[in-house]
Design a protein around this ligand. Structure first.
Ligand code: HEC
Ligand code: HEC
Length: 347
């Protein structure tokens, strides 16, 4: 009798553990993306679940709180050729919002047709980058504005000149006066443009919807592409909110890109031009891959005309791998899902 009682208790305990295990398994499966796909359960988009925490990429915030007056003033300045020495070039000349925040040229034409020494970076999402420019030569957006104003290949101007020109326009005097106690100064101009640049974020890409729990936001092939991107190690460099923009890395980790390309320029030395440290030769800020399908040609030297070409170069020189055309195509499909929205409309 006692023996029977004992084994009954054991059986009950065993059953209890089984129930817990089954519950745990169900919970794990429920969280697993493939399970959702197979079972056809699609989380409703307007009710995002929590953001995926184990992914190397994080979504762009849906809303940023910015001073609307400064954003509007910064936009006006961004469009204004008075910021250039001979009133011919504005920031927007090279950073066109209709074409991904760039001009899609290998090198851009600044004042008097001078060619920039590197390919134009997009201004979209630049506020999420840890430093600005290919070589990280600007620590902040304000410092970057300063460089663009002075650079002979960009606006070729200086602050005294720009401030005195803007002071001739009553509208600027009024707008600056409303927002800044000192009115039109070098600092207030930089602050307004930098605030506007912070407003150039592009949330709500299909990939971000996926990260927010909408498993149906990506097709099966786009997910495959993302898995390759992670498995092969692209995400070890292109990661974070901007899928890049938070590390420096050498261009040519697994092969000598520059020897193979030939004709090395000063700009090819990258971060070395900022630090003077020999270890920083050919080192660049890992660029963001957000909206990447819109910003060809690629690389600081504008050498890759297409995204598949850029991916093949990356695989070869950064990872020592040769990808099949199918793998490249899947990565392109994934990268296409990184295109977001600006002011509520798809870019
Ligand atoms: C002649 C074309 C040209 C003009 C005009 C121009 N830029 Fe640029 N911009 C570039 C190029 C080229 C780069 C990359 C520079 C580098 O890496 O050294 C760049 C880089 C940037 C970046 C860095 C992006 C990042 O994430 O690292 C920002 C921000 C930017 N520009 C803003 C501006 C602003 C603001 C103005 C106007 C005051 C301006 N640009 C005018 C060509 C231009
Ligand atoms: C070891 C770090 C590293 C790895 C791994 C890496 N990248 Fe890059 N990626 C970079 C750097 C650095 C650059 C900038 C190169 C330059 O132009 O100077 C870059 C540039 C790019 C660009 C061009 C961006 C632009 O705006 O011009 C693309 C596209 C890209 N990478 C995709 C990939 C893909 C896809 C993979 C995986 C197959 C990958 N990268 C792996 C560091 C890396």
């Amino acid at each position: 009798m006692k023996q029977f009682y004992l084994s009954k208790r054991l059986i009950n305990r065993f059953l209890g553990i089984c129930v817990i295990l089954v519950a745990c398994l169900a919970a794990v499966l429920w969280k697993h993306p493939e399970f959702h796909e197979q079972s056809g359960v699609v989380p409703v988009e307007s009710e995002p679940v929590e953001i995926a925490v184990n992914e190397p990429i994080q979504p762009i915030p849906l809303h940023l709180k910015l001073d609307a007056g400064k954003v509007a003033l910064g936009e006006k300045l961004f469009d204004d050729p008075h910021l250039s020495h001979n009133n011919t070039i504005a920031c927007v000349t090279c950073h066109n919002f209709k074409t991904g925040g760039v001009d899609r040229l290998n090198f851009s034409r600044g004042m008097n047709g001078a060619l920039t020494s590197v390919n134009t970076l997009t201004v979209f999402n630049s506020g999420f980058n840890f430093k600005l420019n290919w070589d990280g030569s600007a620590e902040t957006l304000e410092e970057q504005v300063d460089k663009a104003i002075h650079n002979s290949k960009d606006l070729n101007a200086n602050w005294a000149e720009v401030v005195s020109k803007l002071k001739k326009y009553p509208e600027y005097v009024k707008l600056f006066g409303q927002l800044y106690t000192d009115g039109i100064t070098e600092d207030s101009i930089k602050d307004a443009i930098a605030t506007f640049e912070l407003s150039l974020y592009t949330p709500n890409s299909r990939f971000d919807k996926f990260l927010r729990g909408n498993m149906a936001a990506l097709s099966y092939k786009e997910k495959e592409g993302y898995h390759i991107f992670k498995d092969y190690g692209c995400a070890s460099c292109h990661q974070g909110v901007n899928v890049g923009g938070n590390l420096f890395q050498k261009f040519g980790v697994m092969g000598d890109y520059f020897a193979d390309r030939g004709k090395i320029t000063k700009a090819d030395l990258g971060r070395f031009n900022v630090t003077g440290n020999p270890q920083d030769k050919y080192v660049f800020k890992v660029p963001s891959l957000r909206n990447i399908t819109l910003t060809a040609p690629y690389f600081h030297d504008g050498s890759a005309k297409t995204l598949p070409e850029a991916i093949a170069v990356m695989a070869k020189y950064q990872l020592g791998r040769q990808l099949s055309p199918e793998e490249i195509d899947l990565i392109v499909k994934f990268l296409t899902t990184l295109t977001g929205e600006y002011k509520g409309s798809p870019l």
